[in-house]
Design a protein around this ligand. Sequence first.
Ligand code: PLP
Length: 397
Amino acid sequence: MSSLPQTWPDARGRYGEFGGCYVPETLMGPVEELNRAWQSVRHDPAFQAELSRLLKDFAGRPTPLFHAQRLSEKLGGAQIYLKREDLLHTGAHKINNCLGQGLLAQRMGKRRLVAETGAGQHGVATATVAALLGLECVVYMGEEDMARQAPNVFRMRLLGTEVVGVSAGSRTLKDAINEAMREWVTNVESTHYLLGSVLGPHPYPEMVREFHRVIGQEARRQILEVAGRLPDYLFACVGGGSNSIGLFYDFLGDASVKMVGVEAGGRSLKLGEHAARFAGGRPGVLHGTYTYMLQTDDGMVSTTHSVSAGLDYPAIGPEHAALFRAGRVEYVPASDGEALEAAKTLARTEGIIPALESAHAVAEVIKRASAMSRASIVVVNLSGRGDKDLGIFQSFG
Ligand SMILES: *Cc1c(COP(=O)(O)O)cnc(C)c1O
């Protein structure tokens, strides 16, 4: 390893060998303009003060760190603490990033946001911020996803956003990203592309990470306050990787803190039946970045499956690829069945119905906690709430 994880990325947007900026000629200008704007606001006190105000008064930060005593007792091992991102406005951590990029777009003089969405959670958070800041908003969504996630389509439209169906390819998230990027190139003068995770070309992975670091900064302060020491373990689910890097980042320099990222193990670990990039993927380029991705033998992007739409994406953020390669973070899959079971367990022991994405992290904690001592401290990122998943819980009984 040539540099410490905390110094990533370098000036070219590289995390070790991963990351970078693989975009067509037409997108180089917009990406560079964005990078200049981002680098100029990231340490600007006025920008940070406005963002902090909105995170507090609009989104509901700081989120609590809750000692899940009954769950800890039931498993008979580690003391488990939940970082309650599920309590944020719009129901998940995504609003942290949307507020940051929304304010940045405003600073750049853009009047319009474009975004992609899979399950609709990022689309709803973007539509919410657009309404708050008085910006126009267009969200691209695969037609397959629009049918599966009709309530979120309705929410976005109620918020004044135009939702455009994408009929290309598998009619899901990766096709929506292609369309959103195309739209950005066409209307770059007026439009900011508000990407939803730590993916895409530099500076997106860095910028989105910075907007979510508040999760780990709060958790660190909170656990020191209640337990008087750092945790032994951090757990978070990993789709693109934004809620997990947000929690992990400010602990990376603490060698005693072990970290586990939980990917979607889906129905099985056969290609096409899961989204566990480190269990079956290899490096390649997707949507502007070099990272681990699920692909066929001849390099075609693989189809993926997860019971949780938020984890159902063939690539992972490049910083995670580097942390995996460096051995700093352990990545494991949890299956659909394990996540559904974990959600039920959390609901019944703590009165909290988690998003199915977050339930993957809880599932891994359930597997491990009983083997840990009662003095061990575990922090789990509860990235979102389960309201959006009621239909899925119902169909699985
Ligand atoms: C979108 C989403 C995720 C996955 O995205 P990351 O970028 O990996 O955080 C996880 N949990 C919830 C609740 C989500 O909405």
